[in-house]
Design a protein around this ligand. Structure first.
Ligand code: WTA
Length: 635
């Protein structure tokens, strides 16, 4: 019997139980029957959770791109692999077949090698959502170079931090990118970043906007002429199962961003398996995930998951609001999309617009709709279910993280009964547990706690680039021997999980994880600022927005507050990116602190939310009187 595809709820429970009782047999069989290997593994899994050491398919040899492209060529060579839908609806869409994708990736792989990139080198990819992005990612994987995609909305400073953290040798970028009615000058951002990135030897530049840009003679090279010259014959690198496939940065609650390292074989098996089952993917479906490839959702469910299954995946360059709010629905109709996977923040933004934007579109091609990135509130769930899913498409609310590589808790489309706002049941192989404050596992149902996972799964990140200690401290020390997600959850009377949100200092704004500490660091660099504290507060569309409490230095006291607020937001934009700007700024004379000097964020959060009831015990504060003062000055 095969375990690759679950066909009924009963079978789900069977497979789930098998995966827990005999994880080695379960994953071993899936890996053996559904992928092409150069060499089999010695052991399916080897791990020591206390040390944060996990290995899957030990000693196996494989190439993920051979599995995602080459092995489909005989049967699906002329099938569309990627549909590229440009930002401008008047520009024709592009259908790239598996044959063409193979050719483009092989050429790019040869270009990378000719430019001195070899197995293990880090390549930073800073591109808009154009086919070159997919091709660059896959070309890196083909030759064993480690891709580090940086979302093209990050600032020069944020880009430089990420390039330097992993000593990237090369940057692949474009002259610019189109997003809605804006044009973004990516190459000039790269130029600025590279002033402080000594490891970068060359920059490959794709053409997209045709804007004039400066090219540095000894460093920058136009990509297209190299591709035109390159051969499309390329021998893929033979990779060890545990060779790093990519690094992807995610915000931590403190310090610099964490370069999560995903390795080859486990990530391959798990993303393919979860794509197939969560979405109930069938041959000839058209899958559209609206994320950017700069985030994990794009890595796993625009590229690897779909391509490993030989699927057709849509890559959309634009935004939901351009040229108007019917853009998503128009794209679904145009390409007869069967699976639509987006974020609650997009749903809320679209639900707020006039219903006439969606009503003319019957959306009959849709079979399954999905949600990811943050908890989906009840109202958004129903709007999505009723107006997009037509009350007939299962809505899969998929909970997972950059660190988990693939979907962890989610309904399986057409199999698991859905319940609004619930991510429902764990995928086979996933053992969630809820922990209480005393670090004990909470048994039974109708309980809430900190969400941990107690057994490794194939796509768990293996480390933080260059800092295994931080990896261990962040994820494996709060609850020793278990992976701590940073999320809180409740388990209902039948065992369904509902994710309630972060329990640490990460705030999710429009589906983007933002650590509060790096934002505070950026603000504190302003010469007029003495200290600051950032918290999240509920926002109708973004889910959460940022509220900043800022103490000025004496020199700042006499300055105009509006100007200061603007300058502070500009600094944040410059250091991190516009997504991290503050919605509200309150200038205060002090912050509530404990005797050990820790800011009591719990109180600041309550004030930002406008909830003045029950601040709890504030008598332990060094300065309890400040609480009233801050409360009175709330904006
Ligand atoms: C949150 C995105 C509730 C959660 C794939 C998690 C969710 C963080 C859901 C990871 C969901 C993601 N319901 N919360 N369906 N999906 N989250 O790393 O707090 O960008 O820890 O990965 O998003 O965000 P990341």
């Amino acid at each position: 019997m095969s375990y690759y595809k679950i066909d009924s709820l009963e079978q789900y429970f069977k497979h789930y139980n098998k995966s827990i009782r005999e994880p080695r047999k379960f994953w071993g069989k899936i890996a053996e029957e559904n992928f092409t290997w150069y060499q089999q593994w010695e052991k399916v899994v080897d791990f020591n959770m206390a040390e944060a050491d996990v290995k899957w398919f030990v000693d196996a040899k494989v190439n993920i791109v051979k599995n995602a492209i080459d092995r489909h060529l005989a049967r699906r060579g002329n099938k569309t692999a990627i549909i590229f839908e440009p930002n401008n609806p008047d520009e024709p869409a592009l259908h790239i077949t598996y044959n063409e994708l193979h050719q483009r990736v092989c050429k790019m792989a040869n270009v990378l090698r000719a430019q001195g990139i070899a197995k293990g080198d880090r390549v930073c990819i800073y591109l808009p959502m154009i086919p070159e992005l997919a091709v660059a990612v896959l070309a890196c994987a083909r030759i064993g170079a480690i891709h580090s995609v940086v979302f093209a909305g990050f600032s020069a400073a944020a880009l430089a931090t990420r390039i330097n953290d992993s000593d990237c040798k090369m940057v692949v970028t474009s002259d610019g990118g189109f997003r809605g009615n804006k044009t973004i000058g990516l190459k000039s951002i790269v130029d600025e970043a590279l002033q402080s990135c000594p490891s970068v030897k060359s920059v490959l530049v794709a053409k997209r906007t045709n804007d004039e840009i400066s090219m540095h003679a000894d460093r920058d090279i136009w990509l297209q002429p190299l591709l035109d010259e390159a051969s499309d014959n390329n021998v893929a690198e033979i990779m060890d199962a545990e060779d790093p496939l990519f690094i992807l940065y995610t915000s931590g609650s403190t310090g610099k961003p964490k370069g999560m390292v995903h390795t080859t074989a486990g990530y391959m098996v798990y993303t393919a398996y979860t794509f197939k089952n969560v979405f109930n993917y069938e041959e000839n479906d058209i899958f559209w995930c609206t994320a950017d490839i700069g985030w994990i959702t794009g890595h796993s469910y625009i590229l690897y998951g779909p391509l490993l299954n030989g699927a057709t995946t849509v890559m959309f360059e634009g935004v939901p609001s351009h040229p108007d709010f019917s853009r998503f629905w128009e794209v679904i109709e145009k390409h007869r999309v069967t699976h639509f996977y987006t974020a609650p923040t997009a749903i809320r933004a679209l639900a707020k617009e006039n219903i006439d934007y969606i009503q003319p579109y019957p959306l009959k091609s849709l079979k399954v709709i999905g949600s990811v990135g943050e908890p989906i509130n009840e109202e958004a769930w129903h709007w999505y279910n009723d107006h997009v899913g037509g009350k007939r498409c299962p809505l899969v609310d998929t909970w997972w993280q950059t660190e988990t590589g693939g979907i962890m808790i989610s309904p399986l489309a057409f199999i698991t009964p859905t319940k609004p706002t619930y991510a429902s049941l764990p995928l086979p192989g996933i053992q969630p547990v809820l922990m209480d404050e005393k670090r004990n596992e909470i048994e039974g149902n109708q309980v809430t706690g900190s969400l941990c996972i107690k057994f490794p799964w194939p796509a768990i990140a293996r480390t933080i680039w260059g800092n295994h200690q931080r990896y261990k401290d962040t994820y494996f020390s709060t609850f020793p021997g278990k992976y701590f997600t940073g999320d809180g959850a409740l388990r209902d009377e039948v065992g369904y999980y509902r994710i309630t949100g972060r329990v640490d200092d990460v705030v999710i704004v429009s589906g983007h994880n933002l650590g509060t500490a790096p934002i505070e660091d950026a603000i504190n660099e302003h010469p007029a600022v003495a200290e600051s504290a950032i918290v999240g507060f509920p926002h109708d569309i973004k889910g959460n927005a940022l509220y900043g409490y800022i103490i000025l230095k004496e020199t700042g006291e006499s300055r105009d507050r509006n100007n200061l607020a603007n300058e502070i937001n500009m600094m944040i934009s410059h250091q991190i990116g516009p997504i991290a700007k503050l919605d509200k700024i309150q200038f205060v004379n002090g912050l509530p602190k404990t005797r050990s000097g820790k800011i009591m964020r719990r109180i600041l959060r309550k004030i930002a939310e406008g909830d003045f009831s029950n601040f709890g015990d504030i008598s332990t504060l060094l300065n309890p009187e400040i609480v009233e003062e801050i409360k009175d000055g709330r904006i």
